[in-house]
Design a protein around this ligand. Structure first.
Ligand code: DQA
Length: 146
């Protein structure tokens, strides 16, 4: 089972962002944990991060050919990028939307997600562990598929 984890804008500087909101973890620490969780769960993961919306979309298109599940944290694009939404709409495999922070408990503009209805599951405000929950969900869903 192959899962793609796509982190978007400003997640490369996670360690520099407000630790009260994002926990002070770096992207590479987060990705290390994701790879460990994936091996515990028996799936293969490819983690990607970009600050460029077009590149994010290209990676979605690439993953259409091989991913059995998709974990997305598009960062601020979550709130307004219809182009990323259109790319995610192409997937026929489960999508899990993850946010480190609870976007529903923050500023008004963060409360809307243009991808929420495409997600089989949303994990908000659970920090890095949210990615583990997302992977576990995909493994369960895809493993259970006929
Ligand atoms: C985020 C929440 C977004 O509102 C924000 O723009 C981010 C990170 C999160 O993981 O909590 O960059 O997606």
């Amino acid at each position: 089972m192959q899962v793609v984890v796509l982190n978007g804008a400003n997640l490369d500087v996670l360690a520099r962002r407000d630790p009260a909101v994002y926990g002070g973890i770096s992207l590479s620490e987060l990705e290390t944990r994701i790879y460990e969780w994936a091996s515990e769960l028996g799936c293969h993961v490819r983690c990607r991060q970009t600050n460029h919306e077009g590149e994010y979309i290209d990676w979605c298109h690439d993953a259409l050919d091989w991913a059995d599940g998709v974990v997305v944290n598009p960062g601020a694009w979550t709130h307004y990028s219809y182009a990323i939404r259109d790319a995610l709409e192409l997937f026929q495999v489960p999508i899990v939307e993850v946010h480190l922070s609870d976007i529903e408990e923050r500023e008004e503009w963060r409360r809307s997600s243009v991808i929420a209805d495409l997600a089989a599951k949303r994990v908000l405000g659970k920090g890095p562990d949210g990615y583990r929950e997302a992977l576990g969900f995909i493994v369960q869903q895809v493993g259970a598929a006929p």
